[in-house]
Write a protein that binds this ligand. Structure first.
Ligand code: MN
Length: 348
C-alpha cells in the first residue's frame, strides 16, 4: 500500500511540507487545475508540480483528476478532439512518472452533498446527504454551488446540458464510456499508466442524470468494456458504501485479487434512513467495515495507492469542505496503523 494525500497545488493552504510530515506518506495526489476541461496540460505545469512535490520528499505518481469533457460523456461528434487531448495528457503524465490517473464519468456534476457543514455533537462539522434537502435543490435555478461542481457553468449552459442528457440513458452512457476507453487504454499501455475510474457519488441517479459506476454488476460490466489491467478502479468506500446493498469487503476482495484496483479512497460514513453523514475514518464511527476492507487488501498484497478521503473539520480549522489537514491526517495515521497491525498479525 502506498499512502497518498490529495494536494490542490500551489493555491492549497495545506503545504507539501505539512503533508510530508504525516508518517509513512509516499505520494501526493494532485492535478493541473488552471487549464479548462478538455485541453492539453502544458508540460511546464506538470514539471513544476513534479519538482515541488519531489523537493518535499514526496512522489508525484497519482493524478486526480484528468476530467473528462462532457462531449465525451454525451457521445457528441466533437468528442474525438477531446479524446485526442486526453491521450496527449496521458502521454505527458506518463513521461513525468505518473502511474495512476483517477477520473470519473459522472454527467455534469462531480460528487453531490446537500450540506457541507453539518455540526456533530462534538462540534466537528462534516459533509452530509439528506434526501429531504436534496428534494429542495434545483440545479437549474443557478444559485446552487458545491465545491465538487464546475462553477463555470452559466444557467443557460446548464439548461442546455440537461436537455442534451435527456437523450443519454445508462445504456448510452456505457456505450460512450466504451468508445472512450477503447481509444485511451492502448495509450496507457504504451505510457505505463493505469486508469482508475471513480465510482459515482452517491451511487444513484440525481436530478434525472444517469449513473453507471454504482454497484458490483455494473463494475463487472465496466471492467469488461476493455479487458485490460490498465482499465481499473478507484475504489471509493464512501461512495459505493452509501448504498447498503454494496458488499464492500466482498467487492474489494474480488477486484483486488483481479489486480484491477489501482487506487483506494478510504473513508467512513454513517448510513441513515434519509441519506448519510460523513464521519471520522475509524471503524466504530460509521457504518462501513473499514478494518474488514483493509484486511482483504493486506491479504491480497495490495500495492496500489491508498488515500484518506474526505475528513471532518476539527480543531477550528477552516477551508475546503472535506479537505482540511487535521482530520485527513488523523485518517491517514489511522489507516496506516490498521495496515501495520494487520500485516504484523499476518506475519505471525
Ligand atoms: Mn472518493
Amino acid at each position: 500500500m502506498k499512502l497518498s494525500f490529495r494536494w490542490y497545488g500551489e493555491s492549497d493552504r495545506i503545504s507539501l511540507e505539512y503533508i510530508s510530515q504525516i508518517p509513512n506518506m509516499y505520494s501526493v495526489v494532485t492535478a493541473v487545475y488552471d487549464v479548462p476541461v478538455g485541453e492539453v496540460w502544458p508540460r511546464e505545469n506538470i514539471a513544476r508540480l513534479k519538482k515541488l512535490t519531489e523537493d518535499a520528499g514526496l512522489k508525484f505518481e497519482v493524478i486526480e483528476s484528468v476530467p473528462v469533457h462532457e462531449d465525451i460523456k454525451l457521445g457528441l461528434p466533437t468528442r474525438d478532439k477531446y479524446i485526442e487531448a486526453y491521450k496527449e495528457n496521458i502521454r505527458r503524465l506518463g513521461e513525468a512518472g505518473v502511474k495512476c490517473i483517477c477520473y470519473n464519468f459522472m454527467p455534469v456534476f462531480d460528487w453531490t452533498r446537500t450540506q457541507l457543514d453539518k455540526v456533530a455533537k462534538d462540534g466537528s462539522t462534516s459533509l452530509v446527504y439528506y434526501t429531504e434537502q436534496l428534494e429542495k435543490m434545483d440545479p437549474l435555478n443557478g444559485e446552487l454551488s458545491l465545491p465538487g461542481w464546475d462553477s463555470s457553468y452559466k444557467k443557460e449552459d446548464l439548461k442546455h446540458l440537461f436537455e442534451q442528457y435527456k437523450l443519454v440513458d445508462e445504456e448510452k452512457l456505457f456505450e460512450n464510456l466504451k468508445y472512450f476507453l477503447e481509444q485511451i487504454i492502448p495509450v496507457c499501455e504504451e505510457a505505463d499508466v493505469n486508469m482508475a475510474i471513480h465510482p459515482d457519488d452517491p451511487p444513484w441517479p440525481i436530478f434525472g442524470l444517469p449513473k453507471i459506476i454504482t454497484n458490483e454488476k455494473n463494475i463487472d460490466r465496466f471492467l469488461k468494456l476493455v479487458d485490460s489491467k490498465r482499465n481499473g478502479l478507484t475504489f471509493c468506500t464512501g461512495s459505493l458504501g452509501a448504498d447498503p446493498n454494496n458488499d464492500l469487503v466482498k467487492m474489494v476482495d474480488k477486484y483486488s485479487k483481479m489486480g484491477r484496483i489501482h487506487f483506494m479512497h478510504v473513508r467512513n460514513i454513517k448510513i441513515l434512513n434519509n441519506g448519510f453523514e460523513e464521519t471520522a475514518h475509524d471503524n466504530t464511527y460509521g457504518s462501513l467495515d473499514i478494518i474488514g476492507i483493509m484486511r482483504v487488501l493486506v491479504d491480497n498484497g495490495f500495492d496500489g495507492y491508498l488515500r484518506p478521503d474526505h475528513g471532518r473539520m476539527i480543531w477550528g480549522e477552516t477551508g475546503k469542505p472535506g479537505y482540511g489537514l487535521y482530520d485527513r491526517a488523523l485518517g491517514a495515521s489511522y489507516l496506516n496503523g490498521v495496515w501495520e497491525a494487520l500485516e504484523e498479525e499476518r506475519r505471525k
